[in-house]
Design a protein around this ligand. Structure first.
Ligand SMILES: Nc1ncnc2c1ncn2[C@@H]1O[C@H](COP(=O)(O)OP(=O)(O)O)[C@@H](O)[C@H]1O
Ligand SMILES: [Mg+2]
Length: 238
């Protein structure tokens, strides 16, 4: 199983959106895929799959009050979703340091585990990174997002993860934006996708759907579909 953390350092760049859509794209390709919300204090992934009323969440598992299997839910196209609990009480009881241990024994034989890391580079982020063996860096084409992604990359490598590439999200190809090639050179990592700014993302969200399902031909869905193919094709050393 490949364990890929989607991390950025900067918040709001589109990690959760990408985890949900990329997970769905991989599932549609027939890959057994699990997505997990490791953004424990500000979880959003469950909302994307309408799991806000889930009985058991990752928080219960981290508190030792449920088994991991109890917190795995069926999403669209066979995708498996592990949501985190949205309430403050649930946040309080979840110990982030237990996360890598809890996710080590996944009771599903999966091809991919996609981990939605929180922003920043604090304890909770490090716990999320320690759940993965590969990191996919997510940024917007602007200097703040790219510099935070660079820092995240360094921390990831220090923790032993392999950076597989960068995804630029919300790309508008405006002249004030940083250029994809420039970012690729700056980071010395392959630019795996440029996902355009696309209203279909927000529109699907407002309908309680994932863009890749609601509008598979939208520019963002297509870019994420291509990204999924690239990731699935990668040769990974054991
Ligand atoms: N490619 C895109 N085009 C338009 N809106 C997007 C795109 N990607 C993400 N968004 C929107 O940007 C906001 C932040 O995305 P989110 O995935 O929550 O970021 P993060 O998890 O990094 O904080 C959300 O409102 C989301 O719908
Ligand atoms: Mg998020």
């Amino acid at each position: 199983m490949r364990r890929i953390v989607l991390a950025s350092g900067k918040g709001g760049v589109g990690r959760t959106t990408l985890v949900a859509n990329l997970g769905l794209a991989l599932a549609k390709m027939g890959k057994v895929t699990v997505v997990v919300d490791a953004s424990l204090t500000t979880p959003n992934l469950g909302l994307m799959f309408k799991l806000e009323k889930a009985i058991y969440t990752l928080n219960d598992v981290l508190a030792g009050e449920a088994a991991l299997g109890d917190a795995i839910y069926d999403g669209p196209s066979g995708l498996k979703v592990i949501p985190a609990g949205p309430t403050l009480d649930q946040v309080k009881k979840a110990l982030p340091d237990r996360l890598p241990g809890v996710l080590r024994e996944l009771p599903v034989k999966a091809d991919f585990l996609l981990i939605d890391a929180p922003g920043g580079l604090r304890r909770e982020t490090v716990a999320a990174l320690r759940c993965g063996s590969e990191v996919l860096l997510v940024a917007n084409p602007e200097i703040a997002a790219v510099s935070n992604a660079m820092k995240t990359r360094l921390v990831s490598e220090f923790l032993g993860l392999r950076p597989i590439g960068i995804v630029l999200n919300r790309v508008q190809k405006e002249e004030f934006e940083l250029d994809g090639k420039e970012i690729e050179n700056m980071m010395g990592l392959p630019l795996l996708a440029e996902v355009p700014e696309d209203a279909s993302i927000g529109k699907a969200l407002s309908q309680g759907k994932i863009a890749l399902d609601a509008n598979p031909r939208s520019p963002a869905s297509r870019a994420i579909g291509e990204l999924a193919k690239k990731i699935a094709k990668m040769r990974v050393k054991p």
